[in-house]
Design a protein around this ligand. Structure first.
Ligand SMILES: [Zn+2]
Length: 205
């Protein structure tokens, strides 16, 4: 299988998942599977697809997951038990059952089936999760998010950065000071020389 993952879902999990599905359905191992973001919520619980009829490519459109930070912000704003928010968050979660059933639907197209030749359940992507998809959990598909540094950590990092800058600043000015002191010494020597010469010139013979 050739997998072209244009989303942030975990490529290794997607590959394992779709490979299992292709094998279970007896489809070509050389199928190209494109994984893209859905533009708006549609399809079966946010998952929809496109596929060649009797071909070897299909596209899976998946919902864009909500970053944990954004979720926390919304929950703080509306309250964690807000019904509208709960529905909105659910729309943004990857549903493994829908992913498997939509994939089977698209693979059926690859195998040459039109909608008229599918069962109602296959056509509308309804039913229990197929056996090959058991054991996959939504969290397997998401890459771990980088934790945002806490306010204290961010503050400490900023202080450390300013401290380091103060150290290099001091070293730089000390270098400049040393250089200036050398120049002053040389200028004083030169000046003393000129003043001796001038005094010698003025002195009566
Ligand atoms: Zn279809």
């Amino acid at each position: 299988m050739l997998l072209k993952n244009e989303t942030t879902y975990d490529t290794r999990t997607l590959r394992r998942f779709f490979s299992a599905g292709l094998a279970a359905m007896g489809a070509s191992r050389f199928t190209t599977v494109y994984v893209r973001w859905q533009k708006r919520f549609r399809g079966t619980r946010g998952v929809h697809g496109r596929a060649a009829i009797d071909g070897r490519w299909l596209i899976m459109f998946l919902p864009r997951p909500m970053p944990a930070r954004e979720r926390a912000r919304l929950e703080a704003k509306f309250g964690a038990d807000h019904l509208g928010l709960a529905m909105y968050l659910k729309q943004r979660l990857l549903d493994v059952n829908a992913l498997a059933l939509v994939f089977e639907h698209e693979v059926a197209h690859n195998l040459g089936l039109g909608h008229a030749e599918m069962t109602e359940a296959a056509r509308y992507c309804q039913g229990p999760t197929p056996l090959w998809a058991h054991g996959f959990l939504p969290e397997h598909f998401s890459r771990p998010e980088k934790p945002k540094p806490s306010r204290e950590d961010a503050r400490a990092a900023l202080v450390a950065k300013r401290h380091a800058k103060a150290v290099t600043d001091l070293a730089r000015w000390q270098r400049k000071l040393k250089l200036a002191q050398t120049k002053v010494r040389k200028a004083k020597l030169a000046l003393a020389g000129y003043e001796r010469r001038a005094a010698a010139a003025k002195a009566p013979a």
